[in-house]
Design a protein around this ligand. Structure first.
Ligand code: FPP
Length: 234
């Protein structure tokens, strides 16, 4: 398999962690951290698309996060309402198609409807795909794909299996960034990140500036991707 060293990633995925700690450091409620995170998320995703990277996938809420206190969830749901109603038109104008993976049925019905409206409004976008993982769990996604394959009643290849996932049809992430100091994947894109380059940073998500994303991309560009093969200099 040829090395893709030096080529821009096609797909960048981000685990946006650290909003709560960012707020705590400032003696603010966790909801203030999520609001700061949303502001950062909008600027950061636009920046990555401007760099010529066509797929951006962001972990906004895990299935497990839905067990958080109702007050925090309500604050997040309000941000989702705000985001999907106020940003879909901007995305449409930029040619960015919105996509959501995860079990949105776990969300309040009006949020689910706003998400569906945002997806519909941007459906013709050809410049890039912004995927938000909401109510998402990778194991749940895999189990649901396995069940679909079983129902179809014939064995599938890895490529066919990929198509049954929420990310079906998208390239696997080339680079996965996790902010907020933790060194784990937390049930995010487990199948899809088999050969993804991982980048961890201590920066809390609201502090992760566009220049920090450039630094992560530069680090990616220096890596030699071997996909289990031997390296050029080995
Ligand atoms: C993890 O930080 C972050 C979240 C659970 C939410 C991320 C959400 C946003 C950035 C806003 C998303 C909005 C839309 C519209 C998609 P944490 O709360 O676990 O931080 P901590 O580890 O410091 O407590």
């Amino acid at each position: 398999m040829k090395s893709e060293q030096g080529q821009l990633p096609k797909h960048v995925a981000i685990i946006m962690d650290g909003n709560g700690r960012w707020a705590k450091k400032r003696l603010l409620p966790r909801s203030a951290g999520h609001r700061a995170g949303l502001k950062r998320m909008i600027s950061l995703s636009e920046h990555i698309f401007r760099r010529g990277i066509p797929y951006v996938t962001l972990y906004a809420l895990s299935a497990e996060n839905l067990n958080r206190p109702q007050e925090e969830l309500d604050a997040l749901f309000s941000l989702f309402r705000e985001y999907f109603t106020q940003n879909a038109e901007t995305l449409r104008k930029k040619g960015i198609r919105l996509n959501v993976i995860g079990d949105t049925a776990l969300l309040p019905a009006d949020v689910t409807e706003m998400i569906a409206a945002g997806i519909e409004k941007t459906a013709e976008g050809k410049a890039g795909v912004l995927t938000l993982a909401i109510g998402y769990g990778s194991r749940q996604e895999i189990v649901s794909a396995v069940n679909e394959a079983v129902r179809a009643g014939k064995p599938v290849t890895a490529e066919e299996f990929s198509l049954l996932l929420g990310t079906g049809g998208m390239p696997d992430p080339d680079l996965l960034i996790r902010t907020g100091r933790e060194l784990r994947l937390s049930n995010f894109l487990l199948w899809q990140s088999a050969y993804t380059e991982l980048y961890f940073t201590d920066k809390l998500f609201p502090d992760f500036k566009n220049a920090d994303a450039d630094k992560a991309i530069r680090s990616y560009l220096l890596r030699e991707r071997r996909y289990g093969s031997v390296g050029k200099n080995d």
